[in-house]
Design a protein around this ligand. Structure first.
Ligand SMILES: Cc1cc2nc3c(=O)[nH]c(=O)nc-3n(C[C@H](O)[C@H](O)[C@H](O)COP(=O)(O)OP(=O)(O)OC[C@H]3O[C@@H](n4cnc5c(N)ncnc54)[C@H](O)[C@@H]3O)c2cc1C
Length: 492
């Protein structure tokens, strides 16, 4: 197995997209199989050496950044199997932890299947998307990654390799799991004892639910419990046809009214994705697309799966809904074929491009939120974001997955003082989201960047619960230390 310790060759593993720039590592392993990974961990047991798992570095929370840890790079475990149909409604495809999501989606698509999880960034590895329970626009219809994972194979810190098909390891009636492993011996533990928020997306801390499946403990555990080396992914039939619309509104009430009605399937619509752009976000895109109306309260992007036969009917339903919500129909756009949809996607992708250019010119980092709240609290969180930003005179944009009451606020500081003020305010945003029954992270996870905030949502007892579960699987504290759980909780 390849091991590299030349700083020139390992430098790329010292960063992700979090802007943390202080990582350092003695070296990087490039295993090719689960057995290779198990051997690394077995051979180093008792050495005090720590390991961090590296996906493709698109994470936003510093999860893969080493601080003296040896890196285990997943990139050579990149094999993808063929879809195996299970009747006409489902198929299963096996992929290794280092397979690119983009390649998985292409391979599924080539045989008429869809792998629904669609984080905006496609250059991430399947193992990471499972470790982070990643989600995207289509999560509105299909749920997060968790809903599409039928089996995972994980390597534990002990070097044990554990195959977990869904259904094989349910928690017992008393909430206990019991596992007998060749190296770790008997592991006996109860499910995490805290309540999850009532949001439709959540990715902050270990999953818990009465009668839960062991597989769900590993999904979203951010590499703290084990290394995902392989998974069976559940595929659904690819839709025959998709309608996409970008719809502008004159007032916030019209816009939010439209979203509410779309979620209630008014006029017969059946959205697969409902995404939001506030006026400030649109102003960035307008630099390249001057046709975007200036006098608008924001835009909603919707997608609906349909068939060629039903396309006209679906369009009429959406048009009725737009009219009933006073949408600016003259300015709004519909994309019906692949070429139009690609153009609309490019327009949406212009937002991060323009924002990054702006930030590079200011030489500052953005402060961005990833909180979601229960549907009924969305308006309150949105107003709070806006009022706080307006009060401080920040440049900011709000955009994202409004269908899941999950939008990202990005504060774009013009100077370092603004950056520091925004960083302090981040704590208030967390507290507000939690007060509204929400979650600290709906999709990006906690990593190292947000580990210090998780206690505000879970409380001290909840943090101790995380540490308890972590120590069951990793008593020597070898894997992804510093991610999700601040170290102090291992010693209380
Ligand atoms: C522009 C942009 C848009 C994004 N949009 C979204 C979005 O819409 N939705 C969303 O959910 N995320 C989004 N992300 C975040 C990111 O793409 C996801 O979190 C993704 O899952 C990270 O994959 P990666 O391979 O790059 O992982 P990395 O950044 O390399 O690692 C992420 C974490 O996963 C752990 N890990 C990696 N591989 C494994 C493994 N095999 N087993 C166990 N743990 C592992 C790492 O240790 C680390 O903690 C976005 C990122 C960017 C840059």
């Amino acid at each position: 197995m390849i091991y590299k310790d030349d700083p020139e060759l390992t430098r790329r593993f010292l960063e992700d997209t979090s802007n943390i720039r202080t990582g350092h590592t003695p070296g990087v392993y490039f295993p090719e199989t689960a057995d290779d990974i198990a051997a690394i961990l077995r051979e180093n047991s008792g050495s005090g050496k720590r390991f961090v798992i590296a996906g493709n570095g698109t994470g936003t929370t510093g999860g893969r950044i080493p601080f003296g840890d040896t890196v285990i790079a997943m990139e050579k475990l990149d094999r993808i199997g063929e879809p195996r149909p299970l009747g006409s409604r489902h198929a299963v495809m096996t992929a290794e932890g280092g397979a690119l999501l983009e390649d998985v989606q292409k391979k599924a698509g080539n045989s008429g299947w869809l792998y629904p999880p669609d984080p905006t960034e496609k250059l991430c590895f399947i193992g990471s998307t499972i470790a982070n329970n990643s989600s995207g626009a289509r999560t509105y219809k299909y749920g997060p990654t968790r809903s599409h994972i039928e089996r995972v194979k994980v390597v534990l810190a002990s070097g044990d390799i554990l195959d977990i098909p869904r259904g094989k390891y349910p928690a017992g009636e008393n909430g206990m799991f019991r596992l007998d492993l060749p190296l770790a011996g008997r592991l006996e533990f109860s499910i995490p004892d805290y309540h999850l928020p009532r949001t439709s997306k959540h990715n902050a801390g270990y999953y818990t639910a009465g009668g839960m499946d062991l597989i769900d403990l590993f999904i979203g555990s951010e590499g703290t419990l084990g290394i995902v080396t392989e998974a069976d992914l559940k595929l659904v039939p690819a839709p025959e046809n998709i309608i996409s619309c970008l719809v502008y509104f004159p007032t916030p009430d019209d816009l939010f009214g439209f979203v509410e009605k779309a979620k209630k399937n008014s006029f017969g619509v059946s959205p697969g994705a409902i995404e939001f752009f506030d006026p400030n976000a649109l102003a960035f895109i307008r630099k390249v697309y001057p046709e975007i109306p200036a006098d608008t309260a924001g835009a909603i992007y919707i997608e609906q799966e349909t068939t060629k036969e039903k396309e006209d009917e679906a369009l009429e339903q959406w048009f009725n809904l737009m009219e009933s919500s006073n949408a600016l129909t003259e300015d709004s756009r519909v994309a019906l074929d692949a070429e139009e949809q690609r153009a609309m996607k490019e327009l949406r992708h212009e937002l991060p491009v323009q924002v990054n250019e702006w930030l590079a010119a200011q030489k500052e980092s953005k402060i961005s939120t990833d909180m979601a709240v229960p549907d009924e609290s969305f308006a309150a969180l949105y107003s709070y974001y806006r009022e706080t930003c307006e009060k401080h005179g920040f440049h900011y944009i709000i955009f994202g997955h409004i269908g899941n009451a999950h939008v990202h606020l990005n504060i774009l500081p013009s100077n370092h003082d603004e950056f520091l003020t925004a960083k302090k305010l981040y704590v208030d945003f967390v507290d507000k989201a939690v007060e509204l029954g929400g979650t600290l992270s709906a999709e990006h996870g906690i990593g190292k960047l947000k580990a210090g905030y998780l206690v505000r949502m879970l409380g001290e007892k909840g943090m101790q619960e995380l540490a308890r579960i972590k120590k069951v699987f990793d008593p020597e504290l070898l894997l992804n230390i510093g991610n999700m759980i601040p170290e102090q909780y291992y010693h209380t």
